[in-house]
Design a binder for this molecule. Structure first.
Ligand SMILES: [Zn+2]
Length: 409
């Protein structure tokens, strides 16, 4: 009787450490593998080498999404993965854990000599972070058909190079088509990047969805005037209006439960110490897990902002910068992860993702779901990013068990 596949924990942890050395700054410990860079390529080559040990060939699509499949008895694939690009001076676990845990799951199945029902696959999406080239989650947007090859290749990065040039230079592009694979399920293990699981001492998070977001820019038009001679009454201070926008945004979160509202950027003109600001711009980031509540917040926010600005004699114009609907993950996959975690005796809770991930882009194109492990102090995108060895291995075990259960159905 073949042995039941299980994750080789020490090997997974060693792989995480080896990948973290690629692009690491020894002075800070931060890891930098910006999309389509030489470091990004080296990280992906490392993963391809791990898969080659399992007799799996890594293939690449036209923008460098990497994938490898171990065929099963039936047509259909359960795919798992994440990304290995990082932000500048990022951590060791964001994305890397999901890809290396998927490799560890395939290693377990390979070493057990098992034939699964559906095939099992590993995927590493390109440019999830969007630091060097916008938008983020570029690889998954491409797979689901929201971006085409020409538009991706023409994107200009912060260093002036296009994605096309960077792809040609790094040799990351291939000719295979990831989007045409018969994927029945996509599972992504990821660090939480938030404080909930660590704060509650819970082993794993079963992610039910991703909250929606709407971004606006407010243009505020008042009147610039002398700080010393203009009376306080009758001023039309655009910067004060921007401050009132921030105050009203915060007040709205008390009116609409579950709303997150952030004014993260303010600019004002002329921006001088002795002049009342004549014009200002600020951004507002609104997030909510329910589409209806998000829209209600959007309209309520605009009404509040107008009221506050009118009181100051400042004209306000609102422009929408981004709108992403909330995503609900596939209920069958969510419960498969939940069942697998329960069978391993892990404590768990359901939660929404606060950050964006490839899985949210793919849900609707492929049935998708996510699993989180705790992030110490909720920190990510930093050299301080940390998830314990136990958490990483537990997450990989749940991933493996869920993949096996789904492939057997
Ligand atoms: Zn990530």
């Amino acid at each position: 009787m073949p042995k039941r596949p299980d994750i080789d924990g020490p090997r997974l942890l060693a792989d995480i450490e080896t990948l973290a050395r690629i692009g690491r700054d020894p002075s800070t410990g931060g890891v930098t593998r910006l999309a389509f860079s030489g470091e990004d390529r080296a990280g992906r080559d490392f993963v391809a080498g791990l898969l080659a040990e399992l007799s799996m060939e890594t293939r690449y699509d036209a923008i460098g999404n990497a994938f490898a499949v171990r065929p099963g008895a039936r047509e259909g694939i359960v795919l798992a993965g994440s990304h290995t690009d990082t932000v500048a001076s990022g951590g060791r676990f964001d994305g890397a854990l999901g890809v290396l845990a998927a490799v560890a799951a395939l290693r377990a199945v390979h070493e057990a000599g098992m034939t699964t029902g559906w095939g099992l696959g590993v995927v590493s999406f390109v440019n999830e972070e969007g630091v060097r080239f916008m938008p983020d989650m570029m690889g998954s947007l491409y797979v689901r058909g929201s971006l085409d090859t020409a538009s991706v290749r023409s994107v200009v990065g912060i260093d002036g190079m296009t994605v096309g040039e960077a792809l040609d230079r790094s040799g990351m592009a291939g000719t295979d088509d990831l989007s045409s694979l018969p994927v029945r399920a996509y599972l992504e293990l990821h660090i939480e990047q938030g404080p909930v699981l660590a704060g509650e001492g819970i082993d794993v998070g079963i992610v039910t969805g991703v909250q929606g977001l709407r971004w606006m820019r407010c243009r505020l038009e008042g009147a610039a005037n002398h700080a010393g001679t203009t009376p306080m009454s009758g001023r039309r201070d655009a910067l004060l209006a921007a401050a009132l926008v921030a105050v009203e945004a915060r007040a709205l979160t008390r009116e609409i439960p579950g709303l997150r509202a952030t004014v993260g950027q303010v600019r004002c003109l002329p921006g001088l110490v002795n002049v009342v600001a004549g014009s200002a711009e600020c951004t507002v980031d609104l997030r909510h897990p329910e589409a209806g509540e998000l829209d209600r917040a959007w309209h309520a926010a605009i009404e509040r902002f107008r009221g506050a600005c009118t009181g100051e004699g400042v004209a306000i114009e609102v422009e929408e910068l981004a709108h992403a609907a909330p995503v609900t993950f596939d209920p069958g996959l969510v419960s498969a992860l939940d069942t697998a975690a329960a069978a391993r005796g892990l404590t768990r809770r359901r939660l929404l993702s606060g950050a964006g991930h490839d899985a949210q882009i793919l849900q609707g194109f492929w049935p998708s779901a996510m699993l989180f492990v705790p992030s110490r102090n909720g920190i990510s995108h930093s050299p301080l990013e940390y998830s314990s060895p136990e958490a990483c291995v537990s997450g990989a075990r749940v991933l493996l068990d869920a993949m096996l259960a789904l492939s057997a159905d």
